[in-house]
Design a protein around this ligand. Sequence first.
Ligand SMILES: [Zn+2]
Length: 500
Amino acid sequence: MTTELAHLVPYDEAVSRYEPVIGLETHVELGTVTKMFCGCPTTFGLPPNSAVCPVCLGLPGSLPVANRAAIEYTIRIGLALHCTIATWCRFARKNYFYPDMPKNFQISQYDEPLCTNGWLDVTVGGQTFRVGIERVHLEEDTGKSLHIGGATGRIHGADYSLVDYNRAGIPLVEVVTKPITGTGELAAEAARAYVTELRDLLRALDVSDVRMEEGSLRCDVNTSLAPRGAAEWGTRTETKNVNSLRSVERAVRFEIERQAGLLDAGIRVVQETRHFHEDSGTTTAGRSKEEAQDYRYFPEPDLVPVAPPATWVEQIRASLPELPAARRARLQADWGLSDANMTWLRNAGALDLVEQTVAAGAAPAEASKWWLGELATEANKRGIELAELPITPEQVASVTALIGRGTLNDKLARQVLEGVLTGEGDPDAVVAARGLAVVSDEDALAAAVDAAIEARPDVAAKIRDGKTNAVGALIGDVMAATRNRADARRVRELILQRLS
Ligand SMILES: [Zn+2]
C-alpha cells in the first residue's frame, strides 16, 4: 500500500478543508473483586500466572458462571450514560485464535448488548457536544503477552514471548460511541474531552480504578475525513489501544493530518486498524479490515441469558451517586467561580482537593488560590500530580486559617507550606519551629516603626507634608526589620498615625 508515503497536512489546514468524524471504543476493566466467570482475584501486579484456575485457563470441562457484581456495574454505567437497559440479553462467543486467549474464543456480547442508545455531554472550548452512546457491553479481558529481547517490547524482533493469564477473564466493559460529527477543528480535543469525561464518570460510579497507565482504561479511536459539505463520510481507520488522554488527542490529530495528505494526493484511505506510537506521535498500519477474520459469533451455550429484573435496575438507578457534570455545576455555583477558573481547577486535578480544603474550613477562593498557585508550581517542579504532594487539604485549610487570624501573611504562609512539604510537620508546628508568626505585639511593632522613622527624617518630612506615597519606603524598612513577619497594613496605619 502507498498509504504511508503521502505528506502530512498541518492540522489547522486539514480541518479547514475536511470534516472529521470520530468514534471511540473504550475498554474499561471493572474493579470487581473476582473475575467475570470464575472466582480468581483481579488484583493488579500479582506474580505471572498466579491468579488463574481451570475456568479462566479454558481447561476442558470447566464451566463459566457470570459475576453478578460485574453485571450490576455495567448497568450502573449504562444508566449513568442514559442508556436503555436490556430486559433480556445473551453473551456470545467471539471465535479467534490468539496466544493470550486460552479458550480460543472470548466471551463477549454481540447483537444483544446489555445497554444501548445513551449519551454523554462533553464541553470543549466553551461548546457542549452531546456524544451519542451506541452500546455498553460486557466481556472478558484477554491475557497479556510479553515479548522479550526486542527493542520496543513488540513481537517484531523479539527472541521469545511469555504469556501471563492473570488478566484473562477480568470483566471488561466496552463503551462504544455513535459517530461524533460537527466538532470541526475541535475534533481532536473533543475526543480527549470525551475520554476525560467518561473516566471521571466511571470514577464517580466507583466501578473501575480507571488507571490508563495500568491499562484499566484503553481506547480505540476511529477517525475519518470527508471534504467539507460532502454527502457521505470518508473511510475510517481504527487506532488501537491508545492509553493516555494526551495520546487520544495526538492520535486523532495525526490521523487527520495523514488522511488529509492522502486525500489531497487523490489516494483512497484504507479501512484498517493502526497502532499509535507514543514516542513519535504517529500511527502505522496494522491489519487491514478487508482481511479481518470472521469471528463466527454465536450465543454462548454455557451461560444462561441475562435478564435483570426491572426492580433491580430501578434500585441501581436510585443508588447512582451525583455525576461529575452535576457535581461541577453545584461546586461552581457554591464557590462562585468563573467557567475559566472551574476548567483550570478541573484540568489541574484540583477539584477534589479544593472541595476537601473547603470542607476543612477554608474559603473557596483561598483554597483554589493556594492549590492552583504555590502548590501547583511545586507539583510541577517535582513532576508529580497535585494529589501526590505530601500535604493534606486539612493542612492547607489550617494555613488559610492562620492567615485569616492574622498570624501569617501570604509571604510567611508560603514559607509554612514549604515547611510542611519538606516534612517539618503541621502548619502550627512549622510556625512555632521557624518563628514565622506575624509580629502582632503592638509594642514591638511600634518600636520598629519609630526606629524606621528616626532613620529616615527626609522621608518622614515628606509624609508630614502630605506626600503619603512615600510611606512605602518606611513600610519596606519595617518589614525588613521584622523579617517580613509584620502585617503591612498595620505598619502603614502606625506610620501614618505617627506622622499625621
Ligand atoms: Zn479463574
